[in-house]
Design a protein around this ligand. Sequence first.
Ligand SMILES: [Zn+2]
Length: 173
Amino acid sequence: MGIEGSLNLVEVEQFHKDKTRLEELKIRTKNCCCRYCGGKLSLRRILYGPANSGRVEIFCDDCNRIEYGVNQEIYEIAKYYVDEFEFNHYPDNDDSAKTYQMNVAKICDIISWGCKNLDILEYDGFKVPINISNTIMGEEVVLYKADLEAEVEITDMDEDAIFGRQTGGKLCL
Ligand SMILES: [Zn+2]
């Protein structure tokens, strides 16, 4: 008997919900990059409680924070937009690398929102074929050719390790 046999109905439902969520997170980890720095994402299990159970979240390894991520194509377009039109949503901030990243993340959110509402983007990627002009992508940019079959490793981390840190993801939207 598997783990499901020892659970009640509510627990079984939660088990499947968690499993689906984990699959979604794995797909995003492969398909997406950080909205702030464009860096690679990874999965970490944040451990808490006596049973050492934990919730799995996507992290940006470079920013070291929880990050839902964005499709890499959208990140490249957003970066181009911020550079080309000198977009600045945070004029009161100093002109730092951090402000630049926040602006790119903001445009990522806007483009993602638009694409989702046009019903061409889902959590696991675009629903239609897309094509980005070379002007925007630049010739040196190589999109991830992720092996979608490969297993995504989950690293354990202590809850205290992220306590007090500023988290990204939905809180920044
Ligand atoms: Zn990052």
